[in-house]
Design a protein around this ligand. Structure first.
Ligand SMILES: Nc1ncnc2c1ncn2[C@@H]1O[C@H](COP(=O)(O)OP(=O)(O)OP(=O)(O)O)[C@@H](O)[C@H]1O
Ligand SMILES: [Mg+2]
Length: 286
């Protein structure tokens, strides 16, 4: 199982929307998906619940940190949903190591049961974020193209507690930052200018999906994405032309990101996809 964490200390940048799209995308490929919502706001849990595609675990997400040996249903798509107790975990510092350790052991116990685990996080640098990052293989950081959000990139890397550099150096050397994923991109002159600035300043952290400098994974602002998120629809199954157009734009970048999570470290065999409905999909090429 590969674990991907969506993280950015800036709120409202599209973390939960991207987590939801990725979960449905992996299911469409026939992969076994474990979805964990560590944000008490529940914006990853709600759309998955409404979609009625995932078995919802009895144990809430706080239980994965607070309990030893949490159990979840035997299913190929399981949601461990957000709950209110998540926001109280930070106030129990004496238990923080136990929380991180419980979460890590839980994920280790799920290793053979799922192909991919997607963890959505809250926008605060607290114990939930640490527990997620110390146990993950990959982190993806959705970002909005405004100055404030772009200034936050440095915190993503260098925050003294949850910065990816620190986590990687001290706690989890295998953690790989896939990169920054500009979301809610609009064709305004200001956003275009900010995009160019982002490319210049952070080009190694952007996700190149083609040979040209502008071939960067990004997601436009499209009302169909917000509607899918609010109603629990799967974007590419929506009947509206606008939804199909939105997915056509989003698909190359999102697929590239999804495949990065599945591609093996050099020298290892690729993840073999479990057949769904008897069809064999074969390994996913990057
Ligand atoms: N590409 C998009 N186009 C239009 N609306 C979007 C897009 N991506 C996300 N949204 C909407 O923007 C709002 C914020 O997105 P989302 O909840 O995914 O952000 P977040 O980073 O998870 O926020 P938080 O930090 O509060 O958890 C939601 O209403 C969501 O549906
Ligand atoms: Mg969210």
């Amino acid at each position: 199982m590969k674990t991907l964490v969506l993280a950015n200390q800036k709120g409202g940048v599209g973390k939960s929307a991207v987590a939801t799209l990725l979960a449905h995308h992996y299911r469409r490929l026939g992969l076994r998906v474990l979805a964990i919502d560590l944000d008490h706001q529940g914006n990853f849990s709600d759309p998955l619940r409404k979609s009625q595609r995932a078995a919802v675990a009895d144990v809430p997400a706080s239980g994965l940190l607070a309990q030893n040996n949490a159990q979840i249903p035997a299913a190929d798509f399981v949601l461990v949903a957000a709950d209110r107790d998540l926001s109280g975990l930070e106030r129990q510092p004496a238990l923080h190591n136990t929380f991180a350790s419980n979460f890590r052991l839980f994920l280790a116990a799920m290793d053979a049961r799922f192909d991919v685990c997607i963890v959505d996080t809250n926008p605060n640098p607290d114990i939930r974020m640490i527990a997620a990052l110390v146990s993950a293989d990959f982190v993806l950081s959705p970002i909005q193209l405004n100055q404030e959000a772009m200034d936050g990139v440095s915190a993503l890397l260098n925050h003294p507690r949850v910065g990816v550099r620190r986590i990687k150096a001290v706690l989890n050397p295998k953690l790989h930052l896939i990169g920054l994923y500009p979301t809610m991109v609009e064709a305004t002159p200001l956003q275009r200018e900010n995009f160019m600035q982002l490319i210049q300043k952070y080009s190694p952290m952007l996700i190149a999906i083609g040979p040209k400098p502008g071939d960067i994974a990004s997601m436009q602002r499209r009302s169909a994405v917000a509607e899918a998120q609010a109603e629990g629809f799967v974007l590419w199954e929506m009947k509206k032309t606008a939804a199909r157009d939105a997915w056509r734009e989003i698909e190359p970048g999102l697929t590239f990101i999804a495949n990065t999570v599945l591609s093996p470290p050099a020298g290892e065999a690729p993840t073999t996809i479990q057949p769904l409905n008897g069809a064999h999909h074969g390994p996913v090429a990057r």
